[in-house]
Design a binder for this molecule. Structure first.
Ligand SMILES: Nc1ncnc2c1ncn2[C@@H]1O[C@H](COP(=O)(O)OP(=O)(O)OP(=O)(O)O)[C@@H](O)[C@H]1O
Length: 520
């Protein structure tokens, strides 16, 4: 196709298929701000559709289009599933009168009213068990599609990357760290299987990072995403992230406190992994998962245990997880259309939620009062039965906050002043960032929160263990990527954009990035 044969836009610029001009959209508000993109709510002037526009940030213009964005676009274009965010098109923004300045690019996706992290933070929202089952099932459906049907690893499973519409549909988003998986897809009854090749270890946000990655396994599998599912599942019950580690070592400690310490029986081969030396002195722990989730049903705890298995080869895969009795035991999963509408809740709304008044008492019949201008229930569907509301899944503030009365598993209707102090911070950043980088985040989990972060507040368990090596017992990671190994150089790919250090690429020397092929 020649340029001259293309349709032209209002400025006489060629209009590529699948690519709009940013002026075709009216910006409404900012939804999110990640390391690699800013996300806005907008309306299409062409068809009035509400969309999300993710601006691809060109931190280092000279180096061209970021590899993470190329990967994300390529994968999202390839995938088509109700539980995977749909990339509708791209939009170009050409700045006027700025000479040869490169245009900005936006990914255009349907607008989703919530992300799971924002929804869990919304004090007016109370999850019911059918609702949790409904979201969890859709999450696993999405993963079965990418793992078993498309051979893709997501590698950044976390609540903030799970988008939820007011129609009750959950979609997996943020494929910036995803990659094709070069092994046979998972098979029924075979857990995660084993990988033959090595991949970069600098993936997955710390709180959702599985034990094998923390211990340095490079031949990892789709089971890394399933661990994240277990963390998200637990988070839906608790109303806050399940394992809030303040360093990689502390993360491992929290994991072992919950599911027990590794042995050659429950995690064969663990003593040969690079991180072994640093955790071997932790001392035996049986794991307190049953206690932590004693209010939940036996089938819920059973599925949680399957997802949070130390042995990645035996960790349940997406195909088998969908067949777990949890989904066929009463209360049954809600149908997406039955879930009530909630006030829009994104990561950036966290600040707003923290300033909100104490929540209204839940309206009869479950769910929560909607305090948006239309007031009350915006739901078109029936409200869930209040009897199916689950213990421990109550909403409104971080449990376990100092001085909090009542059940530690419960997100009770605490006054905002108390909630405010109790929010978990984002996973801490790398040492270099702690040394004074200014953050551009404005979402209430902004980096300034690190000043207030109490390293001993991570939900039980101290660092322990020896320093150095893969882990250290400081409040920062010693887990620094080795840029000497070019085949594994993660620096421009974003592998470390979060996770072990949330390294800020804007601060990486350009010469490192330019050689980088991104995370592998
Ligand atoms: N289609 C969408 N509809 C509504 N909100 C969205 C949409 N896409 C993204 N968001 C919001 O923007 C946030 C960041 O999006 P995304 O994770 O894709 O960007 P990112 O730059 O990779 O962020 P991070 O570095 O924090 O992972 C999401 O958590 C969500 O709150």
């Amino acid at each position: 196709m020649s340029l001259s044969s293309l349709e032209k836009d209002d400025n006489g610029q060629p209009r590529f298929p699948g690519c709009s001009n940013i002026r075709d959209f009216e910006f409404i508000s900012k939804l999110g701000e990640g390391t690699f993109g800013e996300v806005y709510k907008a309306r299409s002037k062409k068809n009035n559709a509400t969309v999300a526009l993710k601006k691809i940030l060109m931190h280092h213009e000279k180096e061209g289009f970021p590899i993470t964005a190329i990967r994300e676009i390529k994968l999202l274009k390839m995938l088509s599933h109700p539980n995977i965010l749909h990339l509708k098109e791209m939009a170009v923004e050409r700045s006027k009168g700025e000479g040869r300045k490169k245009p900005s690019l936006y990914m255009v996706t349907p607008y989703m009213e919530h992300d799971l992290s924002g929804l869990l933070e919304n004090p007016t929202v109370q999850f019911t068990e059918p609702q949790i089952k409904c979201y969890l099932m859709q999450l696993i459906e999405g993963l079965r599609y990418i793992h078993a049907q498309n051979g893709i690893l997501h590698r950044d499973m976390k609540a903030a990357n799970l988008l939820i519409s007011n129609g009750g549909i959950l979609q997996i988003a943020d494929f910036g760290l995803a990659r094709p998986y070069d092994e046979p897809p998972p098979l029924p009854g075979k857990g995660g299987g084993e990988a033959k090749r090595e991949y970069t270890g600098l993936v997955v946000t710390r709180w959702y990072r599985p034990p094998e990655l923390l211990l340095g396994l490079r031949k990892y599998t789709t089971a890394v995403d399933m661990w994240g599912v277990g963390c998200v599942f637990g988070e839906m019950f608790k109303g806050k992230p399940l394992l809030i580690g303040n360093s990689d070592l502390n993360q491992a400690h929290l994991i072992f406190s919950l599911v027990g310490t590794p042995t050659e029986e429950n995690m064969p081969g663990w003593s040969s992994l690079p991180g072994f030396e640093n955790v071997k002195s932790f001392g035996f722990k049986r794991g307190n998962l049953h206690d932590e989730f004693k209010e939940q049903s036996p089938t819920a705890v059973s599925l949680l245990q399957e997802l949070l298995k130390l042995d990645w080869r035996k960790r349940i895969n997406a195909i088998d997880a969908l067949k777990h009795p949890y989904f066929t035991t009463k209360p049954l999963p809600a149908r997406p259309g039955e879930i009530p509408h909630f006030q829009d809740s994104h990561e950036l709304d966290r600040k707003k939620f923290r300033n909100q008044q104490a929540p209204m008492p839940p309206v009869p019949g479950g769910g929560a009062a909607d305090n948006t201008s239309n007031g009350g229930w915006a739901s078109s569907g029936p409200r869930p039965d209040s009897r199916s509301r689950i213990p421990g899944a109550a909403r409104g503030g971080r449990p376990n906050a100092p001085g909090m009365p009542g059940n530690p598993h419960r997100r009770g209707p605490f006054p905002p002043s108390q909630r405010d102090s109790g929010l978990p911070p984002r996973p801490p950043m790398s040492h270099s960032q702690w040394d004074g980088a200014q953050s551009s985040r404005t979402d209430g989990r902004d980096d300034t929160r690190r000043d207030r972060f109490n390293p001993n507040r991570g939900g039980g368990g101290g660092g322990g263990g020896g320093g150095g090596g893969r882990f250290s017992n400081h409040n920062v990671d010693s887990y620094v990527p080795n840029y000497g190994n070019s085949s594994e150089n993660p620096s421009s790919g974003g592998a470390d954009r979060r996770g072990s250090g949330r390294r800020d690429y804007r601060r990486e020397p350009a010469r490192r990035r330019s050689r980088s092929p991104g995370p592998r």
